[in-house]
Design a protein around this ligand. Structure first.
Ligand code: FAD
Length: 277
């Protein structure tokens, strides 16, 4: 099946061993010629140098790298400094987010919403960066209603974003309807589905609880039925996620952004099944 857009997301490794494992995973994923690879950014300081280091490593490997940047807890000055560092390094794409503060940090920051950050990036660096933002086909967990969340998303796109990547989901109908509504609101920009390969059932259920992604009952029960049999979970997960991707492509999705969790195996399993379809 033809996939026009492909991107991979990583998080900054915490140890030298983690960095070596990520390097190995990246080199396997590069075989699929992604448009870019993105690197997450943690509010609260600890992983921010890691984002920069990983982004520079990816760029040095000849791949287009896109740092995530979140505004919560940050000042205009610290955000400006990072933007200018990325620009000086020739980085041309950025994933602009509000972010979430770790518990205990309270609230804060000079920019309240991702739309404020998008505007700030445009004010500071004009059209240097291609700006990606986050989208939530199943609604952001803090939104009052899907309609209000959609309004905020549309405003965020109008504030200067070029394209969007969604939170992961397992229900293609939710994504397709969301895109229809975004189009009806006059936004033509690509909304790339975020894809979560399945490697660990309990981790997936925990993540999904926090970020508001629905794991359908049938999928949860099937995954729980495999117990600790990781090989079966990965094989079953690849089948399920590849079927989801096929439905999305058939429905007009432009391609995929894979949440790799710094591992190549499951993303490659999905892509191999898609290539064979
Ligand atoms: P926003 O777009 O600001 O939306 C957050 C909430 O505020 C929504 O409920 C929205 O409806 C509401 N809202 C928006 N504008 C307004 C307004 N003007 N008035 C009132 N309410 C408003 N987190 C990280 O910490 N680091 C990362 O690297 C990271 N990467 C991510 C990558 C992707 C592709 C995605 C989908 C999420 C990522 N996240 C990351 C998680 C993200 O930071 C959280 O979901 C966060 O809670 C919201 O960020 P946002 O950019 O979507 O915020």
């Amino acid at each position: 099946m033809r996939i026009d857009h492909l991107s991979f997301e990583f998080f900054p490794p915490k140890t030298a061993e983690g960095a070596a494992r990520l390097r190995a995973a990246r080199s396997r994923l590069y075989a699929h010629a992604p448009e870019f690879c993105s690197v997450t950014f943690g509010a609260g300081g600890s992983t921010q140098q890691g984002t920069l280091d990983t982004v520079l490593e990816i760029a040095a490997e000849g791949m287009r790298a896109a740092p995530h940047l979140s505004c919560i807890g940050g000042s205009r000055g610290s955000l400006r400094e990072l933007l200018l560092r990325y620009r000086a390094q020739g980085i041309r794409r950025i994933v602009a987010l509000r972010g979430d503060l770790p518990s205990g940090y309270g609230l804060g920051g000079e920019l309240a919403h991702a739309s404020d950050l998008v505007r700030f990036i445009r004010d500071e660096t004009a059209d240097w960066f291609h700006i990606e933002v986050a989208a939530y086909p199943e609604m952001h967990p803090q939104a009052a209603s899907p309609a209000e969340d959609l309004r905020h998303f549309v405003a965020k796109m109008r504030s200067g974003a070029d394209s969007a990547i969604t939170q992961y989901f397992f229900n293609p109908d939710g994504y397709l309807r969301f895109v229809d509504e975004v189009r009806a609101a006059g936004i033509d920009a690509p909304v790339v589905p975020g894809i979560m390969p399945i490697t660990n059932a309990s981790q997936l259920l925990r993540f999904s609880e926090v970020c508001g992604a629905e794991v359908p009952r049938w999928l949860r029960l099937r995954l729980q039925g495999f117990g600790d049999d990781r090989a079966s979970i990965v094989a079953f997960g690849c089948d399920v996620v590849a079927a989801l991707c096929r439905r999305l492509l058939d429905g007009g999705a432009p391609g995929f952004h894979f949440y790799t969790l710094n591992q190549a195996e499951a993303s490659l399993g999905v892509l191999e099944r898609l290539a064979a379809a």
